[in-house]
Unconditional design. Structure first.
Length: 407
């Protein structure tokens, strides 16, 4: 039924969805349909005040899509409205797909999260920690223990975000080398801390995880994700390299300049959005995916279902349980490629403790609230932080619509 619903959602307007889905929940003690009707107007206000160029939003409760719509523009210059089937760059939300791919190999007994990275990628042998001395000089020494696979997944391996110099310090912008070439270069970088000691958000770490997936599976990273996750889930509008047939539906990326929304060209990760990654070699396990709200719903609902979707199991409930635990030593709220809600700031947006998911650099986000049985997806394309308020507003309205029966 969900597969059929997904196909319908691609073809109909938000108004039709409101009329056909929301009344089914009116009058129940579990969801406030009237509260959800606030979403379109509130999202439109963020477009009207110039905070965002446009957005797509989706709210699902117990696997049923209750609110699904689009506001604003996907391409201001060419007068294209944002639509529910608009394709966007989801950036760091890609990390969770890379994590799920890795856990599939764990469940097959092919990957051991506790083993050192160097066991799978020998080029990481002999990696050193760099320390700045009080006199300003730099010293290096071997780590007490080599970094492990699971530490890549929760950003505690000690790797920097990206190299500060060298041929791959702008790989997230120019995408001009293969994953194998890039990670081999990363292996020569110094660690910033002892592995396991500190949370340091690292695109290098997730890229390295993607390369391990290639080595262990014997399949190129993007092909593995396509064959094991995107294809089976029916995520037909999700990909790393845009096909010609999809380009017209891809949203442009904007940022604020002198109080106006302008195209973010040379300043956007993954390059000029209007070039559609022409000539790209790097899939970007940390930021490479394009997707739609409907496609992402299928992925996040699979996670909400404990690894099961439309009768097919993708991950065990046990694997997901491990992934959504906070594995950072300083309780920074990061699991195995998922952000995990455990701090007061996130709670103030009304989400429940244990909510997990991921944001993306262009103002995208997908979240699963197991306690309230919600999936919330927000997609904008802003290359600054101005989409955050709209994202928070969507979560607040969705979470406050849940009406729990008091026992």
């Amino acid at each position: 039924m969900l597969r059929s619903l997904g196909l319908v959602l691609r073809r109909v307007s938000f108004a039709w969805i409101v009329l056909t889905l929301l009344p089914a929940f009116a009058g129940t003690d579990s969801i406030d349909a009237e509260r959800l009707k606030l979403i379109p107007a509130r999202m439109q206000e963020f477009v009207a005040d110039g905070s965002i160029s446009g957005a797509v939003y989706l709210v699902a409760y117990r696997g049923r899509v209750l609110a699904f719509g689009a506001v604003g523009s996907s391409d201001i210059e060419n007068h294209k409205p944002m639509r529910t089937d608009t394709i966007v760059q989801i950036m760091s939300q890609t990390k969770s797909f890379t994590g799920v791919a890795a856990m599939m190999l764990v469940e097959e007994g092919k990957l051991d999260l506790t083993r050192p990275v160097q066991d799978y990628l020998p080029e990481f042998k002999g990696q050193l920690i760099e320390e700045k001395q009080p006199d300003g000089s730099i010293s290096t020494h071997p780590p007490e223990h080599p970094m492990t696979v699971w530490q890549l997944m929760c950003h505690t391996a000690g790797l920097p975000f990206l190299p500060s110099s060298g041929p791959f310090h702008r790989i997230n912008f120019n995408l001009n080398a293969t994953l194998e070439e890039v990670v081999r270069g990363f292996a020569g970088e110094h660690l910033l801390t002892e592995p396991g000691r500190k949370y340091l958000y690292s695109n290098m770490g997730i890229a390295t995880l993607g390369r391990i997936i290639e080595v262990v599976s014997g399949q190129e990273y993007s092909r593995f994700v396509q064959s094991r996750i995107l294809g089976p889930l029916g995520m037909h509008d999700s990909f790393f390299y845009p096909p010609q047939s999809k380009k017209a539906r891809i949203a442009m990326v904007y940022q604020h300049e002198n109080g106006k929304l302008v195209l973010s060209r040379g300043r956007a990760q993954a390059g000029d959005p209007a070039e559609y990654r022409a000539g790209a070699k790097y899939p970007g396990p940390e930021l490479g995916l394009y997707s739609t709200a409907d496609d992402l719903f299928r992925f996040y609902q699979m996670l909400a279902n404990g690894g099961l979707f439309e009768g097919r199991r993708y991950l065990s409930a046990q694997a997901l349980e491990v992934m959504k635990q906070d594995h950072t030593p300083d309780h920074s709220g990061y699991g195995l490629t998922f952000t995990v809600l455990n701090n007061q700031t996130m709670l103030l947006n009304l989400a429940s403790p244990g909510t997990f998911g991921h944001d993306g650099a262009f103002g995208t986000g997908g979240w699963i609230d197991p306690r309230n049985e919600l999936v919330v997806i927000f997609l904008s394309q802003m290359n600054d932080a101005t989409a955050k308020s709209a994202q928070h507003a969507l979560v607040q309205i969705a979470e406050s619509a849940v009406r729990k029966t008091q026992n």
